[in-house]
Ligand binder design. Structure first.
Ligand SMILES: [Zn+2]
Length: 367
């Protein structure tokens, strides 16, 4: 049995610095990853939690309508485990989860049911990850072939992720994770992902190559600059030249890695760019949406950390350089910039990219 850990919210931005914590986004085992509906209207001591979860669910709908089709469809829904300091809750659990973890229904609506588990599911204080187990022999594992989203409350998250200033900021992280759930609910993508040689070259390995080798870091910076310049030009032939230079440079870099250490990083790099770059598309969409979103009075009534989008009024991607400049987890930025370039070129990659024979982001550049 092997295990793969992926760090989320590492040192990739000025806001989201985790303090002394390895945050796992998903790990893959095997080959890799009460009351009743009347409670909605009566006072419920869990109102804040319920409203927060509903807030996130409503945003999924907005994303589905305006950014990434099908995201909100039931077949792509992922259970969400929400942790407070001493308790845990689960929204839309699977039957297997309920069979194994004693839980009590505290809320239900046509779209969401929320249970409180009798005991907190684990002792780890901070969660912001999506987990899935694959090819495990443990049939009782409720995460076997089934992604689960785990997130700690705003109150816990702000202790670990610097700059978490409001419930709505916290929601951008939760939606990033939800999107990983959507990705892995696409079976074709999951198969593709799990077949890649993840045990030998983990995300950590890529980060440590980046960190320990200035030449590698420098080449990533050059590649990223080609991407940024291509995004910023409307001259088609100039853009084409930049794209060809970008592809040539990364091919050379990957060849050097293979020669030096005998490892092929192309497929794994493409997978990470795809998973993280597209999750960042969701984050940017939501942050932009928040600039003009109407106040959610229901949430405001119960959650003093909801700031009515105050911190997003002046949101501009250009000011968020952590989104598009590479750091140790460079594939977040390069992946995201690839999506920006494809958008700029009006290439519709979204509808097919998680489906059968889906290509990687960079493969679409030569369309
Ligand atoms: Zn992620």
């Amino acid at each position: 049995m092997t295990q793969w850990n992926h760090l989320e919210y590492g040192s990739h931005n000025k806001f989201r610095q985790i303090q002394n914590l390895k945050n796992i986004f998903f790990y893959l085992l095997g080959t890799i990853f009460a009351c009743t509906s009347s409670c909605k209207t009566t006072e419920n001591k869990y109102q804040k939690i319920i409203q927060r979860i509903e807030f996130v669910f409503n945003l999924k709908k907005t994303i589905s309508q305006n950014c990434w089709k099908h995201f909100n469809e039931k077949k792509y829904d992922v259970p969400l485990i929400y942790y407070t300091k001493k308790e845990s809750f689960i929204a839309n659990p699977t039957p297997l989860f309920l069979k194994q973890i004693h839980s009590k229904l505290i809320f239900s609506s046509p779209k969401i049911v929320i249970y409180k588990t009798n005991k907190r599911i684990n002792n780890t204080e901070f969660h912001m990850e999506t987990n899935i187990s694959l090819h495990s022999n443990n049939k009782k594992d409720y995460e076997l072939n089934s992604p689960f989203m785990h997130c700690s409350s705003f109150e816990i998250t702000k202790k670990y992720v610097g700059g978490t200033n409001s419930t709505e900021y916290w929601a951008t992280m939760v939606l990033h994770e939800y999107f990983h759930g959507f990705q892995f609910k696409n079976n074709d993508f999951l198969n593709r992902f799990s077949k890649t040689n993840l045990q030998k070259i983990s995300e950590d390995s890529l980060c440590s190559i980046y960190k320990s080798n200035p030449w590698f870091k420098n080449k990533i910076k050059i590649e990223n600059t080609f991407l940024l310049n291509a995004i910023n030009t409307n001259n088609i032939s100039k853009r084409k030249k930049l794209i060809l230079s970008f592809l040539k440079h990364r091919q050379e870099r990957r060849k050097i890695v293979q020669k030096k250490w005998g490892i092929q990083i192309e497929e794994i790099e493409k997978n990470y760019e795809l998973t993280e770059g597209t999750a960042r598309v969701i984050e940017n969409f939501i942050a932009t949406k928040f600039k003009t979103s109407p106040i959610d009075y229901q949430l405001q009534r119960v959650d003093s950390h909801y700031k009515a989008f105050r911190y997003f009024k002046n949101y501009k991607l250009e000011n968020e350089d952590w989104m598009y400049l590479p750091s140790k987890h460079y594939f977040y930025a390069t992946g995201y910039n690839l999506t920006r370039l494809l958008d700029q070129m009006c290439i519709n990659y979204k509808s097919k990219i998680f489906q059968k024979n889906g290509k990687s982001l960079e493969d679409y550049l030569l369309n």
